[in-house]
Design a binder for this molecule. Structure first.
Ligand code: 13P
Length: 254
């Protein structure tokens, strides 16, 4: 049994004040939903205020990135210790925007993932193919490589408690979500890769879908047998819309 996991990735949106307003609005909207893991990832600056505002709720606070090193001369970067000190328990790693716009590699994703999991936090490792790769029938090869290299070095027990986000690049911010069949097929493939790499216990790793998730399509997507939740960008910026997505993820077949 895999518990649904729904995360809001705000990307570069909202000031600290706007973040706190959102936190106060969203808590009562999801209060009654006790069977879904709920996570919000604001920009770095808003993390301490969000952790404070959400302290009495079940909503966890995530960062959108981290540096793999514990400290040092890395101008502009943020360490795990700093994040933990600000109430962060979940870290998004290797989002396609970071891979495409900021040059992140599978090796870099792996270093961040190992550091994050080693520190006892939960990683959301993002994988996904571009449209060009899908059209060239390379989707499964890309997913295999990103999962294999991104999670290398973790123990089977660690993998079982992590989250992998399948985010096809062509579905992010485009309004064009993967069909439920496309998502389920990719998720099944990712889970097979995890099991072949780490053994049967890795099947417990939750694989969530991201890419144009909305209140109107979440139930069908998360209703697929291999889809364990959602990573939501644009539609997570409004507390009502995000709460509807959390509620919609409960009608899951898992
Ligand atoms: P959208 O929901 O805006 O398509 O973004 C998806 C995403 O990148 C979440 O990490």
């Amino acid at each position: 049994m895999r518990r649904p996991f729904v995360a809001a990735n705000w990307k570069m949106h909202k000031t600290v004040a706007e973040s706190v307003t959102y936190a106060h609005a969203v808590v009562p909207l999801v209060e009654a939903i006790t069977d879904v893991d709920i996570v919000v990832a604001p920009p770095f600056l808003a993390l301490p205020a969000m952790a404070d505002a959400l302290a009495d709720s079940r909503i966890k606070v995530a960062s959108q990135n981290v540096h793999a090193a514990s400290h040092g001369a890395f101008t502009g970067e943020v360490s795990l210790e700093m994040l933990q000190g600000s109430g962060v328990t979940v870290v998004i790693i290797g989002h396609s925007e970071r891979r495409q716009l900021f040059g992140e590699t599978d090796a870099g994703v792996n270093a961040k993932t190992r550091a994050t999991v080693g520190a006892g936090l939960t990683s959301i490792v993002c994988v996904g193919e571009t449209l060009e790769e899908r059209e060239a029938n390379r989707t499964f090869d890309i997913l295999d490589r990103q999962v294999r290299d991104g999670l290398a070095g973790l123990s089977p027990e660690q993998v079982a408690t992590q989250v992998v986000a399948y985010e096809p690049v062509w579905a992010i911010g485009t309004g064009r979500n993967a069909t439920p069949d496309q998502a389920n097929e990719a998720h099944r493939h990712i889970r097979q890769q995890l099991v072949s790499q780490f053994g049967d216990s890795a099947a417990a790793c939750r694989v969530i879908y991201g890419g144009s998730v909305k209140p109107g399509n979440v139930a069908e997507l998360v209703g697929q047998s291999e889809v364990d939740g959602a990573l939501v960008g644009g539609a997570s910026l409004d507390p009502t819309s995000f709460s509807e997505i959390v509620a919609g993820s409960r009608s899951t077949a898992i």
